[in-house]
Design a protein around this ligand. Structure first.
Ligand code: BES
Ligand code: ZN
Ligand code: ZN
Length: 493
């Protein structure tokens, strides 16, 4: 789909349809010209109470006299005081979806006059459209693809705004493309995304975007003594992989940031097997790794002046005669020993090794993303990422990026008292701290593998999968983390 930004009056655009957003109790506001051209149609509808501008209200009109466009969609935006950039994302998504459902190929929409940076407005519109129109169709024999929008025109009032909006649209396009790439990986079933396949996908993406990519196989993983990753992988015939992506690998003088993503391509729980109900969803246990791949794409696409390293430990977690068992003790990359209480607490095992591996880069920041705990879903639900970390400045930066991307984070404490819960009688620590504070003890476990660098852990168990579907998050994988990390990088300075 192409998004074109033009300085043109909306009533003059020849197109299949125009989408007009109207606030509640604001009248026609700046659409006087449009209203006049349409012989007062909009103001009549408002006066008669046919259209009130309430959030979620929609009215589709055919062949409005006086307009160059063949159809007009009126979209309620709710009260203006409560309008936000994220509501603009949502409204753009709804407009796109409504037009697509009508089988239209192109439409135009004006830029709303709201008090926001013009670049951000352009970005939000592009994100709403591209994220909202996402469909996962890799496995549908009959594609819905025939209903596809080819062109959207964003009509700008003042020529001086055009450049800024164009720039924003470009950023929105890059972020959305990466976000949807991540969604594709997460939605894909586990039989088509084994660790080897995921590594191939990373290599292909890296080549296309000019990133460097190295994939460690079992031999190298063993040589590095990544006991956590090896232990988890023992239950599966599919060998593990450790994927390393790098942006600006050979440039000197740039800040280094390491991002790490959990990629359990299927989490059955292992010997501590999960109940079968909903187990099919555990294909999304690689969402952290997929988000890292997406964020690396945007780093390259935006040519960010940072040295960014993406680390993705990838394995299946299955039960078998060769699987690791509760009670086993494994030695991690840094020599620490861990007593396995539950083989289902596997994410922290593979992340511990990746955090240990990250040290060699002496990074300015380390951020890991993982669908780490069911407890995070209980604590925060589906609208907040659980955040823990060691550095206030980095946490502040991530909070801000969370607001901008609307992938919001909420901090949980990492007090040393929580360390008591993961003390082991026979090893340096155990991998489970019991039911209380399950998200925090997992975070605390990870903190033991960090040394010297500011670090933040993001638990995305509740935010990586959308159960019902919302305007720009269709049912299934959300691709959470891609835009959050991108906004962090974009505003790093
Ligand atoms: N992948 C799961 C966490 C999860 C659960 C993600 C539900 C998304 C939705 C993780 O590996 C896991 O199984 N964690 C256990 C930890 C427990 C054994 C301490 C959990 O949350 O039950
Ligand atoms: Zn698990
Ligand atoms: Zn898991």
């Amino acid at each position: 789909m192409k998004i074109v930004v033009k300085t043109e009056r909306i009533e003059d655009i020849k197109t299949d349809a125009i989408a007009i957003g109207l606030f509640e109790k604001q009248g026609i506001e700046r659409y006087k010209g449009l209203d006049r051209a349409a012989d007062g149609l909009i103001s009549i509808l408002i006066k008669r109470g046919e259209f009130k501008g309430k959030a979620d209200e929609m009215l589709f009109l055919i062949s409005p006299a006086g307009l160059k466009a063949k159809r007009m969609l009126l979209l309620g935006l709710g009260v203006k005081e409560k309008f936000t950039i994220d509501k603009l994302r949502q409204a753009s998504a709804k407009a796109g979806q409504e037009m697509r459902s009508k089988g239209l190929k192109n439409f135009a929409m004006p830029v709303l006059s709201i008090q926001e940076d013009k670049k951000r407005i352009g970005q939000a519109i592009a994100e709403g459209l591209l994220l909202g129109l996402y469909q996962f169709e890799e496995y549908k024999t009959e594609k819905k693809e025939e209903k596809k929008i080819d062109n959207v025109i964003i009509a700008v009032e003042k020529r001086e705004d055009e450049e800024k909006i164009k720039k924003g649209v470009k950023v929105g396009e890059i972020l959305s493309e990466a976000n949807n790439f991540t969604r594709n990986l997460v939605n894909r079933p586990s039989n088509d995304k084994t660790p080897i396949m995921l590594a191939d996908e990373a290599r292909r993406m890296a080549k296309r975007y000019g990133l460097s990519c190295r994939v460690l196989d079992e031999r190298e993983i063993k040589r590095l003594k990544m006991g956590g990753l090896i232990g988890v992988s023992k239950g599966s015939k599919e060998p593990p992989r450790f994927i390393i992506l790098e942006h600006n690998r050979n440039k000197k003088g740039l800040d280094t940031i390491v991002i790490i993503g959990k990629a359990i391509t299927f989490d059955s729980g292992g010997i501590s097997i999960k109940p079968s109900e909903n187990m099919e969803k555990m294909k999304y246990d690689m969402s952290g790794g997929a988000a890292v791949m997406g964020a690396m794409m945007t780093a390259a696409g935006l040519k960010l002046p940072l040295h960014i390293v993406g680390l993705i430990p990838a394995t299946e977690n299955l039960p078998s005669g060769t699987a690791q068992k509760p009670g086993d003790v494994v030695r991690m990359i840094d020599g620490k020993t861990v007593e396995i209480i539950s083989t289902d607490a596997e994410g922290r095992m593979i992340l511990g090794d990746a955090l240990g591996y990250a040290k060699r880069y002496k990074p300015k920041a380390v951020i890991d993303l993982a669908t780490l705990t069911g407890a995070c879903v209980i604590a925060l639900g589906n609208d907040a990422i659980g955040m823990m970390g060691t550095d206030d400045k980095l946490k502040e930066r991530i909070k801000r990026a969370g607001e901008l991307s609307y992938e919001r984070v909420w901090e949980l404490p990492l007090w040393e008292e929580y360390g008591e819960l993961i003390k082991s009688d026979i090893a340096d620590m155990k991998n489970v701290g019991g039911r209380p504070a399950g998200t925090i003890t997992a975070g605390y476990f990870l903190s033991r593998f960090i040394e010297g660098s500011p670090w933040v852990h993001l638990d995305i168990a509740g935010t990586a999968w959308e159960e019902k579907g919302s305007p720009y998050k269709p049912k299934g994988a959300t691709g959470v983390g891609v835009r959050l990390l991108s906004e962090l990088f974009l505003n790093w300075k």
